[in-house]
Write a protein that binds this ligand. Structure first.
Ligand code: ATP
Ligand code: MG
Length: 421
């Protein structure tokens, strides 16, 4: 099949927007006689006038050939080998053209056959992600009608949508991600397939889905994403408890996500900690659980019981499908419990707070800050605890940083004459 080709006077991608290192990689591959293009999300984002997160290269060169051309290349992946070419912190991912688009409606288990450039785009998920860009001639090469779909702002699966979703259910999450991020419409047959295949999501790898959820929390479009994820019925399959909670009108969780989204968009260079992001998502549910607990028992829970409840909420939200890393579970539990250290559940006011020396304290304070942007009545508490942090020289500018690892306290060695107490 002949692709449609779009010249620079039509697509108007400015050459200086192409990452220099990706350009260098493509040029070297072409000089060695291979075909090589920029592909996927990078091309899509350039056409949408957005800054691409990463630049991927697709080429006719085989992994060993790629490796022999670049000193800084390493081959990764056991099932499907691809090259990572490292430039300082940046990695350009280079993969060999692959076949793999079949119409077999089953989970994909084999996707490691080499193919032509056309086959390489046919196995990709959506038409907007199936474009090649050739930097030297500045041509956009389109086998899948992705270019007109970008113009129409339309999300359309490549191939038969239901088959493609069954083969790899993570594509449904990706569809919702692009819908939330770009506010595109979904082509009706693709949308119908999404609704028909939603329960398939439970057959996919929970680690991959967890990673997509985390990436969306970091994306600046998390509110829209979780809204759509719930509206289209996927969240109900993944986390029934969270789904039911988010259905309630005027949900505080969405308001908190909106604050987080603003923060991410304003400060995209400094990523927020993933445990903080997850705490923002589930804190309102935890708060509701705690209120129910308070109503059902005579005595108010103390901090130890609050921490137990926090862990129970975390498990209820995640364990039906995901397996949340233990360390992350511990941090989220701490961040949510700390909210009741800051503002005691019995309504007592803390006049002279002392900031704990815990390295997670700044992050817990950050969660309080996010909450007080939605609930201004919490602001005086946030101010009080921020001042306490300054007073104890706790570096408040580490608010957005990952926590420092806890130091194990060493037992003092007993001297030879000392007796145990
Ligand atoms: P982002 O901007 O979030 O990185 P992306 O589309 O670039 O979005 P990547 O995970 O970087 O996503 O994937 C790069 C490309 O690989 C995609 O644009 C798409 O062409 C292809 N791709 C990724 N995941 C799938 C999948 N599950 N099925 C088919 N193709 C996929
Ligand atoms: Mg990408």
């Amino acid at each position: 099949m002949q692709p449609k080709v779009y010249e620079v006077d039509e697509h108007k991608i400015a050459p200086d927007k192409i990452d220099q290192h990706a350009h260098f990689v493509i040029t070297r591959l072409r000089e060695a006689g291979h075909t090589a293009y920029l592909v996927g999300g990078g091309v899509r984002d350039l056409l949408l006038n957005q800054v691409p997160k990463d630049f991927d290269v697709s080429t006719s060169a085989k992994p060993e050939e790629i490796k022999s051309l670049f000193r800084n290349a390493i081959l990764i992946g056991r099932r499907f080998r691809l090259a990572h070419i490292r430039f300082g912190k940046k990695v350009i991912e280079v993969s060999t053209f692959r076949a793999g688009a079949t119409e077999d409606a089953g989970l994909i288990i084999r996707d490691n056959e080499w193919g032509t450039e056309e086959q390489d785009v046919m196995r990709r998920d959506f038409t907007i992600n199936g474009l090649f860009y050739e930097p030297e001639s500045q041509k956009v090469i389109d086998y899948v009608d992705g270019y007109p779909d970008i113009e129409k702002r339309m999300l359309r699966a490549i191939g038969q949508p239901d088959v493609r979703f069954i083969q790899d259910p993570v594509r449904m999450i990706r569809l919702i991600k692009f819908c939330a991020r770009f506010n595109f419409d979904i082509h009706p047959p693709t949308f119908e397939a999404l609704l028909n295949c939603k329960s398939e999501i439970l057959k996919s790898s929970s680690a991959r889905i967890f990673e997509e959820l985390l990436r969306m929390l970091e994306s600046g479009a998390s509110k829209a994403f979780f809204h759509l994820l719930n509206e289209y019925g996927l969240l109900k399959a993944l986390s029934p408890v969270l789904s039911k909670f988010l259905e309630k009108p005027d949900n505080l969780a969405y308001q908190l996500l909106s604050v987080i989204d603003d923060e991410v968009r304003k400060n995209s260079a400094k990523p927020l900690d993933r445990s903080l992001l997850l705490s923002t998502l589930i804190f309102p549910l935890f708060n509701e659980h705690l209120e129910e607990k308070c109503k059902s028992q005579e005595k108010l829970p103390h901090l130890g019981q609050i921490a137990e409840s926090a862990h129970r909420t975390i498990d209820e939200v995640f364990t039906p499908f995901f397996s949340i890393p233990r360390r992350m579970r511990g941090i989220i539990g701490f961040l949510m419990t700390s909210q009741y250290r800051f503002i005691p559940i019995d309504g007592r006011t803390i006049k002279r707070p002392r900031a704990p020396r815990d390295s997670l304290f700044p992050m817990a304070l950050h969660l309080l800050k996010v909450r007080s942007e939605v609930q201004p009545e919490l602001l005086p508490h946030y101010t009080l605890w921020t001042e306490a942090a300054f007073a104890s020289h706790e570096p408040t500018d580490t608010l957005d940083h990952a926590p420092r690892p806890r130091r194990r306290r060493r037992r003092r060695r007993r001297g030879p004459d000392e007796k145990p107490m």
